[in-house]
Ligand binder design. Structure first.
Ligand code: ZN
Length: 398
């Protein structure tokens, strides 16, 4: 039984080892270069003794267990060959090291910073920062710029075991407080991964030995998984390259639509949004002006000794007409103001000085034509009338 040799020797992809235990499809070796799932890094894939490895884990005794896809053809004491899947391990090493580089970038732009955990999936990586700094769009852009710059700068990545006491004394070393608190006795050692001049973290994963191996890094977005935590997701490798192409395609599309280039895109989009807002408010003003002038042209009729203004409007909804009708009632020398709205289901709006109750007028109309509605003596409205607006108007007029 032993720890995985993968963190110490992450470039080893094939090895021979002796079987120490077989339990169904689960095999334990005297030593292994397979990485067991842990610390946010997924288990290696690969082949052991000719059989696919489905999962690699550390059991309760601390032994690395290889769970195979089918029964192994080996017994205790046999020598077997293990082959670690190169593509997936390489991806994990690059993605994992990128998370350290990202954390190092966070050190440079956040006021206060703690390590809140990380996780690698086949498509993306997330890092949780403990910080009170608001990670806005500009901060994301700066993180991505600093990370890719640190990759380009080709910084050496190294790892060493030091005592926990020494690690605690070195303030620059980031600990994953959630998973590692209470795990270490002060007499134990801890593995510290250093990126030259950039980042230092207690970590048991597999890493590349030079940041330049990471390749392009693309920040995908941010979220807030909990109080005081900011989660930043990013991609490396092919998914980073694809994402970059997709973002660029969108930017070109937007620039074409706005008749500008990428450099002028932000300014042009902001200008377009402001112009649209201004036009919308002009449109609202013009519509209410049109509605007011329609209502001003309503026919005046005498009914039961009161003066009524009645008419049909189209192109406006009941609420717009209602507001305009109240305004017209207040401004005109009439007792009752009735507007019938032309639409798929005609509506009626009644504003009254109170001498003829608006609610009763609406009730008469809905009794005659169906639909529903109601209101008080000063204002009422009804909708869903089962007759054309002209017919409703004729009924009200007479
Ligand atoms: Zn690490």
């Amino acid at each position: 039984m032993s720890d995985s040799l993968a963190p110490e020797s992450p470039t080893v992809r094939a090895f021979d080892a002796t079987v120490t235990r077989v339990d169904g499809r689960s095999v334990t070796l005297d030593e292994t270069y397979f990485y067991p799932e842990g610390g946010g890094q997924p288990a290696d894939r690969g082949v052991l003794g000719g059989v696919d490895v489905e999962h690699v884990r550390t059991n309760a005794d601390g032994a690395v267990v290889h769970d195979l896809a089918s029964d192994p053809d080996v017994g205790v004491g046999d020598e077997v060959t293990g082959v670690v899947d190169d593509d997936f391990r390489t991806y994990c090493m690059r993605a994992h090291t990128a998370s350290h580089v990202l954390y190092g970038a966070g050190r440079r732009i956040f006021d206060d910073l703690g390590y809140g955990g990380f996780d690698i999936s086949p498509e993306k990586v997330r890092v949780d920062f403990e910080t009170s700094t608001e990670v806005d769009d500009d901060a994301l852009v700066e993180l991505e710029r600093l990370v890719n710059r640190a990759v380009w700068d080709s910084r050496e990545v190294s790892w060493e075991e030091i005592s926990v006491a020494e690690a605690r004394d070195r303030e620059e070393i980031a600990f994953n407080v959630k998973t590692e608190e209470g795990v270490f006795a002060e007499s134990e050692t801890v593995r510290v991964v250093s990126i030259d001049g950039w980042d230092w973290a207690a970590c048991g994963g597999t890493h590349v030995s030079d940041t330049v191996e990471i390749g392009p890094v693309e920040v995908l977005g941010r979220s807030n998984p909990g109080e005081g935590l900011t989660r930043v997701e990013f991609a490396v490798g092919p998914s980073a390259i694809d994402r970059r192409a997709a973002v660029r395609t969108s930017a070109y599309e937007a620039a074409r639509a706005l008749g500008t280039n990428l450099d002028g895109l932000g300014e042009s989009a902001a200008g377009t949004a402001a112009a649209r807002e201004e036009l919308e408010s002009e449109l609202v003003d013009l519509k209410s002006e049109v509605l007011r002038s329609r209502l001003a042209d309503f026919e005046t009729v005498e009914r039961d000794g009161l003066t009524w203004n009645v008419g049909v409007v189209s192109g406006f909804d009941a609420n717009e007409v209602g507001e305009a009708a109240k305004e017209a009632r207040d401004g005109a020398d009439v007792d009752v103001f009735v507007a019938v709205g032309e639409s798929d289901a005609p509506f009626v709006v009644v504003a009254s000085t109170g001498d003829a109750a608006a609610g009763e007028v609406v009730a008469e109309v809905t009794d005659e034509f169906g639909g529903g509605g109601g209101g008080g003596p000063m204002f009422a409205q009804g909708g869903g009338l089962g007759a054309p607006a002209d017919e409703v108007l004729a009924y009200v007029r007479d």
